[in-house]
Design a protein around this ligand. Structure first.
Ligand SMILES: [Zn+2]
Length: 386
């Protein structure tokens, strides 16, 4: 593969004939039609957040470098942007007055309203561009390693580039399309966004049992995505049928693994599950609500999933006995909080008290006898809810 550094391209040349598609959220062409800004394997334009796009223009006006841009030579005088399409699209959109920047006095200024000398400064700014030539595979492999400027591509975006083809195109139509009405439902269970490929990544992760790379390689030439789509829908249908409530903590759980592990087990009653979820959610001693769902799927056995703050029975009994005999000697309540307040002399029975962490569990306090104090239920609850 050959890479040639070009230092004479001006923004004016690069943005000659710039076309931006609002519909696809993509910069399409530059260099008078000879530059494809956003090849298929590139993600959508994501700099239009009023920060990154503005930063590109402000950098240029201040004379700061905006980093190296990579073109892939695809024919005589024809190029695709390998890396730098977010920056080029930002510049092109600014020149086309698609957004504005604030000047020194805080006024919003688009390209047409800034001073002529500033316009010239932008247009005459030279960009550092590497023109690369080589085999497709070679360039894509290299692309994986040069991806060091701008917002880094995430794993899935890189895989989409490496395995670009009809399968990826179809998969992106389904999972990377923010216009797809299903994304709202997916968001309840999956963290992330359509345009950064997070839903596609989950769908692939689930169907491939976390071997996304292998799966994409194997299915690269497929002309349908039925298996991917069906499996994804099976997982989410199972989740939403089993857990009829949608809780915030469900977002981002490893639903693919939970589906594999539990979907063949019978006897989940959605109504009872819902009641159990509510009961566990109301229990202040449960520190890990994200664990509630697997705990219920597993038959309410693995309390480690909940990070519950509890002391075992021998500890409670032993602490109760020590505290109570000391309290009786002193003639005060066996609840230290009561002893300082209204029930100064009250001796509670063991079943009227709860074990409390002296040093809070959440702050690293151990669930052991040295960190255990029995409090009356009222005071324990008051402390737990703080
Ligand atoms: Zn008390």
């Amino acid at each position: 593969m050959k890479a040639t550094l070009k230092t004479e391209y001006t923004i004016k040349e690069i943005c000659e004939g710039f076309v931006y598609s609002e519909l696809e959220a993509k910069g399409l062409f530059g260099l008078n039609g000879n530059l494809t800004i956003q090849p298929e394997y590139q993600r959508s334009y994501i700099y239009n957040d009023g920060k990154k796009d503005v930063a590109v223009i402000e950098s240029i006006l201040k004379g700061y470098p905006i980093g190296i841009i990579y073109f892939n030579k695809v024919g005589t005088g024809k190029f695709e942007v390998l890396d730098g399409q977010q920056r080029i699209t930002s510049i092109g959109r600014y020149i086309k007055c698609k957004f504005s920047i604030k000047d020194d006095s805080g006024m919003e200024q688009n390209f047409d309203s800034i001073a002529k000398n500033k316009q010239e400064k932008i247009m005459q700014t030279k960009l550092l561009i590497y023109e690369c030539e080589g085999e497709e595979e070679e360039i894509k492999e290299w692309f994986k390693t040069i991806n060091i400027v701008g917002v880094a591509l995430n794993n899935q975006e890189i895989l989409n580039a490496i395995y670009s083809g009809e399968f990826v195109t179809l998969a992106k139509e389904e999972f990377s399309n923010s216009q797809n009405a299903n994304t709202e439902k997916w968001k309840a269970y999956i963290n992330g966004s359509a345009n950064r490929q997070h839903f596609l990544e989950k769908a692939l992760e689930w169907v491939s049992k976390k071997k996304i790379d292998d799966y994409m390689c194997k299915h690269r030439r497929d002309t349908n995505i039925s298996e991917l789509k069906n499996y994804f829908n099976s997982v989410l249908d199972w989740v939403s049928e089993t857990f009829t409530d949608v809780e915030d903590e469900m977002q981002g759980l490893d639903w693919g693994r939970l589906y594999e592990e539990y979907h063949n087990k019978k006897g989940y009653n959605p109504k009872k599950i819902s009641e159990a979820v509510h009961k566990l959610y109301a229990d202040y001693s449960i520190k890990n609500r994200k664990g509630v769902f697997e705990y219920l799927l597993g038959g309410e056995k693995d309390t480690k999933l909940l990070n519950v703050r509890i002391f075992d029975e021998p500890t409670r009994k032993s602490v109760y006995a020590m505290q109570t005999s000391k309290a009786k000697e002193k003639g005060v309540s066996n609840c230290s909080h009561c002893a300082m307040g209204h029930n100064k002399n009250k001796i509670w029975k063991i079943d009227e008290m709860d074990a409390d962490h002296v040093s809070a569990w959440s702050k690293g306090g151990e669930t052991d006898i040295a960190n255990c104090e029995m409090l009356c239920k009222t005071h324990n609850r008051a402390k737990g809810n703080r």
